[in-house]
Ligand binder design. Structure first.
Ligand code: ADP
Ligand code: TRP
Length: 325
């Protein structure tokens, strides 16, 4: 099964990205043909500073590699190193009804957050469809927030196949088993755009500081507490073994435990979880040439597949001269 997913280099990756998406991407690579990329074309829709975009892209690469992406097995590349997707995006644009894009909620959400309503942001789902379709992807593992975009990719593929004949594989979404939304330190969804993240590889003392700042209510220590609405408990759920979690749940319901104690345990468990990967992350930081080579090799492998699809697609729509092939 070919499994494809992308992640935007729109900031430093955080534990919400890890537990919500990356961990499962990494698990899926074992039994599938993994195609994972860093969506830097998509990140341009929010007009980042060029040097910052380049740095974030590289950081995402180092994070994935440190956390266990196997570049021998999985094809891993920078989206913009395979420019064929932008050509496909244009061809798909020409069959995509405006209404399909107008119904997408992410454009409206992002504009409501203050982003400039540029055309790239509006057409974002078409480029995403091109990412998926150009690699004949069977399965696209994403968070629930991306479900609509995968449906759009299918709709576009069906439309294209109806007009031009069977050209694209119809992808299925694989909604990642939700660890629920990971809350940020302010209690909203942890997100690179809210400045409320705990980065996977920030120094341990800074992780500690941030966890201790996580917003909790003012229930006194002795009083019973609700684990289901508590941000500290939500973090504990990510890293505590089941038996320990059940124990904490009892303590919440019975009262007598303070949020500070819970947070201290979250810190310990987060440190334990990520410590084995920190050394690898530091080594990669010192070996940027290796990281660049991995990305270039991934791009070469990805381009071979994309090039084949594009020959098929260009033929289907009537582009190019007569080929003798
Ligand atoms: P961000 O909001 O930080 O910019 P993205 O939108 O780039 O994150 O998300 C990348 C992936 O990480 C998506 O699959 C998304 O579902 C997942 N993800 C992001 N934030 C969280 C979160 N707080 N909890 C769970 N999953 C998340
Ligand atoms: N839009 C996705 C996100 O923000 C990133 C992405 C771009 C993607 N192209 C993709 C995800 C193709 C899956 C498949 O998370």
């Amino acid at each position: 099964m070919r499994v494809l997913s992308g992640i935007q280099p729109s900031g430093k990756l955080h534990i919400g990205n890890y537990f919500g998406a990356m961990r499962q991407h990494l698990q899926l690579q074992a039994e599938n043909e993994g195609f994972y990329f860093i969506a830097d074309y998509h990140a341009l829709t929010t007009n980042p500073v060029p040097s910052v975009l380049r740095e974030h892209t590289f950081n995402v690469a180092m994070d994935y590699l440190a956390l266990g992406l196997d570049p021998q097995k999985t094809v891993f590349w920078r989206q913009s190193d395979v420019p064929e997707v932008t050509e496909l995006a244009w061809l798909l644009s020409c069959v995509t009804p405006m209404g399909l894009l107008q119904r997408c909620t992410s454009f409206k959400d992002k504009v409501a957050q203050g982003l400039s309503p540029v055309h790239g942001l509006f057409a974002y789902p078409i480029l995403q469809a091109a990412d998926i379709l150009i690699f004949d992807s069977n399965l696209v593992p994403v968070g629930a927030d991306q479900k609509q975009h995968i449906e759009v990719a299918r709709d576009i593929a069906v439309k294209f196949n109806t007009i031009y004949g069977e050209t694209f594989v119809l992808p299925d979404e694989h909604i990642l088993k939700s660890v629920a939304v990971v809350p940020g330190i302010d209690g909203r969804k942890m997100s690179k755009s809210y400045n409320n993240t705990i980065e996977i590889f920030e120094p341990e003392n800074s992780v500690k500081k941030k966890v201790m700042q996580v917003v909790t209510d003012s229930t006194p220590v002795e009083a019973p507490k609700n684990p289901d609405t508590c941000n500290a408990f939500a973090l504990l759920k990510l890293v505590a073994p089941d038996a320990e979690l059940a124990d904490w749940k009892q303590k919440y319901l019975a009262g007598g435990v303070g949020y500070g104690t819970v947070k201290k345990r979250v810190v310990e468990l987060l440190h334990e979880y990520f410590r084995p990967y920190r050394q690898k992350r530091q080594d990669l930081e010192k070996n940027r040439d290796y990281v660049e080579r991995v990305l270039c090799d991934g791009a070469r492998r990805a381009r071979a597949v994309a090039g084949q699809t594009m020959r098929r697609v260009r033929d289907a729509v009537g582009l190019g001269g007569i080929r003798n092939a």
